[in-house]
Design a protein around this ligand. Structure first.
Ligand code: ZN
Length: 591
């Protein structure tokens, strides 16, 4: 819960008063001898809850009405002035104000003023209270947004709010309010990223934001990235009625294109790198969009502070048994190779039914770094823009001054272009599980019989583990030169094709496979943390019956990422929001 800072001592001093009132109520409701025998507890509890609900409402209505009266009599100068232009405002008829909050639904007459210059209404009491002029308090908005961002659907959020919190909020309203708060968070993110983009290269590389403690000697700064999927609804052409409505209320809802457009400083930063667009058609770790025109990619990044030690030598030169267990290896590889289309078809429900499937691909016995703090970044923006967002988050976490840094991902080229342009000072690490799946496929293709294939795999994966993938590459080159390259149009599953593909993959990623060195440096070898984060985010946004607008998707991705981040991101957001309350209607708030 947010904003819990009222002084308990003051309430404590009313204890005798409350005791007296409780006794009066008990006498009045049930007489001095208490409730008659046979009265169910349920009934007593309901009465107690009713009493407290009414007391809460009476107390708050009274407090707000008294404050409003005092403001009518004497309004201090700083609450007379228009928050926009600072001119004096003129009094208007008090407005009937209703406010749903965590404690009760309230109604009172709120002082109402008007700025003739801005032609805007102004509500000084709302400003003073730190609430916006909508119908929901921060405490209730917090609950609604939490449910909207984290429950499987807005409908489920609405049901839970009612059942668990006693708050009746229609699912459409949950959707609207969650989106509104998500957009407010997006505006904040945009500001942060724009500020980051205006920093000089030296500032980005060598400085940390004021008050941020960079990771220490026993810590490693880790960035991971991966992609997920969600479905967009067709971009509908607004009906004439909707258009008219927009004009009447004067709202400035940006369209999806506008929302996704990058702004000046970020655009300038992207220009600097002058990327050449590569062809990613044969990029094996790039999820192919599933059939169906609605599926789109979303991006997930992690900015992690992890605890680990540097060792004098490789602390684990022998490959852990996990990677030499045929059943387990086969299962891990199957999990990776499942096509995006298949994954999309399979419902989250199916995944929920099989908890094992939701686990990280593998738990290796190498005691890699331990997670200390994580921040989640999620967006549907393009990879280059997402790269800037991720770099901004890393900078804000103080990573510029981290003694050790690593960037971990699968082989998707778009992600490694992000590393190239934004994280080139980080040690690049190819997820070991992905490396394993290619070694496994190649060994199976090269061997004449399955048993020989396993033996080959066992040898090769040990080399790979020890950072000697060059030896695997040599053997594959040798085999390929004996058996030839696949013909043009040859199927992808022939042995020659499989070997060619694995060989290319291992060659492309060779520089990111120095696993012995990474262990010695105490760096992570796998990207399972970001992969399971993609799943956690997909649980909310992905489903065959879930369709998002561009803007709605971006808003919910932001909120889900915020709630999955450490460091009370949303709590601090609500605090900022309270401080920034203007008592004026903003263009975007009209609930
Ligand atoms: Zn004004």
């Amino acid at each position: 819960m947010v904003l819990q800072s009222q002084t308990v001592a003051e309430v404590d001093s009313c204890r005798f008063l409350l005791q007296g009132q409780a006794k009066n109520l008990a006498d009045r409701l049930f007489g001095p001898n208490g409730p008659p025998l046979g009265t169910p507890f349920d009934q007593l509890e309901r009465i107690a809850l009713d009493v407290s609900a009414q007391l809460r409402k009476l107390l708050l209505d009274l407090l707000l009405a008294r404050q409003a009266d005092a403001m009518h009599r004497d309004l201090p100068d700083y609450l007379r002035r228009c928050p926009t232009c600072a001119c004096d405002t003129t009094p208007e008829e008090p407005a009937v104000r209703s406010l749903h909050c965590h404690a009760a639904s309230l109604e009172w007459l709120e002082p109402h003023r008007y700025c003739g210059r801005c032609r805007k209404a102004f509500f000084p009491q709302s400003k003073s209270l730190g609430i916006d002029v909508g119908h929901y308090s921060a405490s209730l908005l917090d609950l609604i947004t939490y449910a909207g961002a984290n429950k499987l659907s807005f409908r489920e959020a609405s049901l839970d709010l009612d059942k668990l919190g006693g708050h009746r909020v229609h699912e459409k309203q949950v959707e609207r309010l969650s989106k509104r708060i998500g957009l407010e968070r997006l505006a904040e993110r945009r500001q942060e990223v724009e500020h980051f983009a205006t920093l000089t290269l030296t500032q980005r590389k060598d400085t940390t934001p004021a008050g941020v403690e960079p990771p220490g000697e026993d810590q490693v700064a880790v960035v991971m990235a991966d992609a997920g999927m969600l479905q967009l609804r067709d971009v509908a052409v607004p009906s004439p009625k909707e258009k008219a409505g927009t004009q009447q209320t004067g709202t400035q809802e940006p369209g999806p294109q506008e929302e996704n457009k990058t702004s000046g400083p970020v655009e300038a930063l992207l220009q600097e790198e002058k990327e050449k667009e590569e062809d990613d058609d044969d990029d094996d770790d790039q999820d192919k969009p599933p059939s169906g025109r609605h599926w789109r990619e979303d991006k997930v990044g992690l900015v992690l502070t992890m605890t680990s030690k540097v060792s004098a030598t490789d602390p684990c030169p022998e490959i852990p048994d996990t990677f030499l267990d045929p059943e387990r290896v086969a299962k891990i590889v199957r999990g990776l190779k499942k096509s995006a289309a298949l994954q999309a078809e399979e419902q989250t429900a199916a995944a929920a039914a099989d908890p094992a499937a939701q686990e990280a691909p593998a738990k290796i016995t190498y005691d890699g770094p331990e997670l200390a703090k994580r921040q989640v970044v999620a967006s549907r923006q393009s990879w280059p823009v997402f790269g800037v967002m991720l770099a901004c988050a890393a900078w804000m976490a103080g990573f510029a001054k981290a003694p050790r840094r690593a960037f971990v991902a699968d082989g998707a080229r778009a992600i490694w272009r992000v590393w190239q342009s934004r994280f080139s000072s980080y040690v690049p690490i190819l997820d070991f599980i992905h490396a394993m799946s290619y070694v496994y496929a190649a060994a199976k293709a090269v061997a004449a019989v399955p048993a020989a294939g396993w033996k080959l795999y066992a040898e090769w994966i040990q080399w790979t583990w020890q950072g000697k993938v060059g030896l695997v590459i040599e053997q594959l080159q040798h085999w390929q030169s004996e058996h030839g390259q696949p013909e043009k149009g040859e199927g992808a599953t022939t042995n020659r094709s499989v070997v060619a593909k694995s060989l290319g993959y291992l060659q492309n990623n060779q520089e990111k496979m120095k696993y012995a060195e990474y262990r010695q440096q105490g760096l992570p070898l796998v990207s399972s943390l970001v992969e399971s984060m993609v799943k956690q985010i997909s649980r909310r946004v992905k489903g065959t019956e879930k369709f998002w607008t561009d803007e709605g998707a971006e808003a919910i991705l932001q909120l889900r990422a915020d709630y999955l981040s450490d460091g009370e991101v949303m709590e601090r957001f609500w605090q900022r929001r309270q401080t920034a309350a203007t008592g004026q209607r903003s263009y975007r708030t009209h609930s």
